[in-house]
Write a protein that binds this ligand. Structure first.
Ligand SMILES: [Zn+2]
Length: 406
């Protein structure tokens, strides 16, 4: 099977390369926004939606026009990729999988993509990469790139530029090293509780840095916008955000690597993290209930990165020949693992489970994990429907997207 993996490195650009990277990212954003505006205008006039090919034809005209002569300074393939990206966003919207595409704002996710592998050359020995219209750019070589180069993305995080190099390589279809199965209950008090009784302590990465972040944000708010000091303060805030994200990623990588190595089948609740972390504030006519408590919970959920946890588990298990099974979360915390009696009274407190029917007692999170495991076994064995519509099995070639290493 084919394994796709991304390797991410910090770039060490020259002054000219730095200016060009900013310009290329800006011009790709400009092309994306111009195409989006064109689609909207067409729609307003009752005209047909433009296909990617038609947009690419428009791009050629824009590159040759005298109106914005700087457009043609950036790599054409990167701008075409921005149009492809917009096209995909529209497809997702038409398939009701995503919201209507939005204009890209300056300063948010500055990046551009090199889709053509023939135009990129990687010189690992000298820690440099040849990128179209940028020339040889040096990078911090933290680890070797494995596999055949496919494409590259240049992006800005806080005040640093990175290159993410995507590769593909053939690997033997792995056989799982372990035969055991485990159920996982995720929570606020404990990040994850395993059905074998072990657990991962909560990750309070955001909490730990929150005071620092608040101070930095306060300082930023007192500066004159766009002044030199404002820029400095803004960089400080961004750096704290990056630091938090890195700490969270490290924690999740360690946890998911251990779990996917030790178990052949991992069962988790199919929680809709997107829904859970959405604001509960409601609207003007119907204000939400328990807004504060939920916003705290929402924050904690995001902080813990459950969605990322699941994503990593899924691809790492596939790499190891294992399987992730997502089961319906209904009643996993109120079903007795001994006698199957379902009652919300079974759960006495956040941590205590005591069955009102047979008297079985255990830690509530372990009970949850055991129920998830039992349900996972039923899903895997006799195909008990998974309510979410998520497939329990994934084709490893397409779905695997490795993580970047900074
Ligand atoms: Zn019972």
């Amino acid at each position: 099977m084919q394994r796709l993996q991304a390797f991410k490195y910090e770039l060490i650009p020259t002054g000219e390369q730095l200016r060009n990277m900013r310009r290329f990212a800006g011009s790709c954003r400009f092309v994306f926004n111009k195409a989006l505006a064109l689609q909207k205008e067409n729609y307003g006039r009752g005209l047909k939606h433009l296909s990617y090919v038609e947009l690419a034809r428009e791009l050629t005209a824009w590159r040759h026009s005298t109106e914005d002569p700087w457009i043609k300074d950036a790599p054409c393939s990167s701008q075409q990729h921005a149009l492809k990206y917009l096209d995909q966003a529209y497809r997702r919207f038409f398939a009701k999988q995503a919201a209507y595409p939005k204009f890209k704002k300056k300063g948010a996710r500055e990046s551009f993509h090199y889709p053509n592998k023939a135009a990129i050359r990687l010189d690992q020995e000298h820690s440099r990469i040849l990128l179209p219209k940028l020339g040889w750019v040096r990078y911090r070589n933290s680890r070797a790139v494995i596999g055949e180069l496919r494409n590259a993305t240049v992006s800005l995080t806080a005040d640093k530029w990175f290159v993410s190099i995507q590769t593909a390589r053939d690997v033997e279809r792995p056989t799982p090293q372990s035969t055991s199965a485990v159920g996982i209950d995720v929570g606020i008090a404990r990040f994850a509780t395993m059905s074998d009784g072990t657990f991962l302590a909560p990750l309070h990465s955001l909490k730990r840095h929150q005071a620092k972040l608040r101070r930095a944000q306060h300082q930023l708010s007192r500066k004159t916008k766009f002044s030199r000091n404002w820029r400095k303060a803004k960089t400080r805030v961004q750096r704290i955000h990056v630091h938090i994200a890195n700490a969270r990623r490290d924690f999740l990588h360690k946890a998911t690597t251990t779990i996917s190595k030790n178990h052949a089948m991992v069962c988790i609740e199919d929680l809709k993290v997107g829904n859970m972390s959405r604001s509960s504030s409601g609207n003007a006519t119907r204000p939400g209930r328990c807004v504060r408590a939920k916003s705290g919970l929402n924050k904690a959920i995001l902080d813990q990165g459950w969605f990322e946890f699941r994503r990593q588990l899924e691809y790492k298990l596939a790499w190891n020949g294992g399987l992730l099974v997502a089961v319906s979360p209904a009643n996993t915390s109120s079903t007795c693992p001994a006698c199957s009696h379902v009652s919300t009274d079974n759960r006495k407190t956040q941590a205590e489970f005591s069955c009102v029917s047979c008297g079985h007692q255990d830690h509530a999170d372990i009970v949850g994990a055991l129920n998830v495991l039992a349900r996972g076994h039923r899903v895997a064995a006799c195909g008990e429907p998974v309510q979410s519509g998520h497939s329990t099995k994934q084709e490893p070639t397409e779905a695997i997207q490795a993580d970047s290493i900074g």
